[in-house]
Design a protein around this ligand. Structure first.
Ligand code: NDP
Length: 386
């Protein structure tokens, strides 16, 4: 019998379940790189399209776990020494949480979690777990690689269009009864012909490049590994050896690399200064990749024309976080990877990982971040411990 401790975001304020806007969602069976979507033996404990990322949704895991004699504890109370999470952590064998409402598994918490063997990120991005401490403690860390890559890529495209075309301020004018077109358009441009660059062209970064191609942008990227020559040719990509070279050349920058110790705050005042005046910055990767107050200053001075993203630090962000009120921001809470469509895939992937764990069969290599004391699978290619 295992105790599974699952941290999920709170239910909708109007109660659970919500009244859904649609009756079904498309079935996605695989991803652009040939990887199949999650294939749990099942049955799934939810209907695809259900809200399963919140506490009452339980990622649809309760029936499976209880049928197999395991205990499931679900809470959203995750921060501070008196939280439910810390209370149950010493007895937990498995911890599950989502990056949107992360259970921060620091080295101190890992030291208290003597029985912990498996940490699952229901979603993508396991930086809320101290990977070095997990490796030292021989804890396996896995995430549902690929499950929400397109969800995020779509969000990035939306944010680019919304900033460049000045959508949010114009929408506000319409809602408030106004019709002053000049105020709407004095900061509104077409993206066609602009230069766009992504820092990291992994699953999400490449999907963003592919989605922007039909808009007639010039596409740039940097990544530790170059994309295949046929992909560079197909998308007419300009490769840059580093982020500095890329940011000088483009009008719109997208951050899409993982957060690990040496990428923390890499997008700082000096990097911002290299960008063109009036450039836009999109960050759906992680809040800590950028220097919080340098972003605010760049928007206030007019050096940056807009900043949009959905990732903050910490999460949930405090009510007085300056990104909530800085000018020309298109921020949302951390939602891009947790659309109902994405939830269906990463909840199924979480079940698949648990089935493998309890059946003693290998977890898919692409889901692994840390295993047997070292970075493994996707972790070995995309993360560093320093
Ligand atoms: P992938 O692992 O597919 O891609 C990550 C890419 O980053 C790889 O190509 C990797 O290079 C590259 N990379 C690593 N370090 C650097 C660096 N220092 N500079 C430039 N590139 C680097 O991950 P995904 O595309 O699926 O996800 C990327 C990140 O997006 C996640 O780690 C997560 O933080 C965030 N994310 C956010 C979500 C949201 O809801 N907002 C949801 C999902 C993910 P290579 O492997 O070639 O060495």
């Amino acid at each position: 019998m295992a105790r599974v401790l699952c941290v999920l975001y709170p239910d909708p304020v109007d109660g659970y379940p919500p009244k859904y806007a649609r009756d079904d969602i498309p079935t996605i069976t695989g991803y652009a790189n040939g990887q199949t979507a999650p294939t749990p033996k099942g049955p799934l404990g939810f209907k695809p399209g259900d809200l399963v990322g919140c506490v009452s949704g339980e990622l649809g895991l309760r029936a499976y776990l209880e049928k197999n004699g395991h205990e499931l504890i679900v809470t959203s109370d995750k921060d501070g020494p008196d939280s439910e999470f810390e209370k149950h952590l010493p007895d937990a064998e498995i911890v599950i949480s989502q990056p949107f409402w992360p259970a921060y598994l620091t080295a101190e918490r890992i030291a208290k979690a003597k029985k912990l063997k498996l940490v699952v990120t229901a979603g993508i991005g396991s930086d809320h777990t101290d990977l070095e401490a997990a490796a030292r403690a021989h804890i396996t860390v896995a995430e549902v690689t690929g499950s929400n890559s397109i969800s995020v890529a779509e969000h990035v495209v939306m944010m680019i269009l919304s900033l460049v075309r000045n959508y949010l301020p114009s929408h506000k004018i319409a809602v408030e009864g106004g019709w002053n077109i000049a105020d709407c358009v004095e900061r509104s441009y077409d993206v066609e012909g602009m230069h766009f660059g992504t820092i990291a062209a992994g699953r999400i970064g490449l999907a963003v490049l592919r989605r922007l191609k039909p808009f007639g942008l010039h596409l740039h990227y940097t990544d530790p590994h170059r994309l295949a020559p046929e992909v560079e040719k197909e998308l007419d990509l300009t490769f840059h050896p580093d982020a500095e070279s890329l940011v000088k050349a483009v009008d719109i920058v997208n951050l899409q690399m993982p957060l690990y110790p040496s990428t923390e705050h890499f997008f700082n005042e000096a990097m911002l200064a290299k960008m063109k005046r009036g450039a836009y910055l999109i960050n759906t990767a992680r809040g800590k990749l950028v220097e919080r107050d340098a972003i605010v200053r760049a928007l206030e001075s007019g050096h940056l024309a807009g900043y949009a993203g959905d990732v903050w630090f910490p999460q949930p962000a405090p009510a007085d976080h300056p990104w909530r009120t800085m000018p020309w921001n298109g921020m949302t809470p951390h939602i891009s990877g947790t659309s109902l469509s994405a939830q269906a895939r990463y909840a199924a992937g979480t079940l698949e990982i648990l089935e493998s764990w309890f059946d003693g069969t290998p977890i898919r290599d692409e889901y692994l971040i840390v295993d047997s004391g070292v970075l493994a699978g996707t972790g070995a290619t995309s993360y560093k411990l320093t």
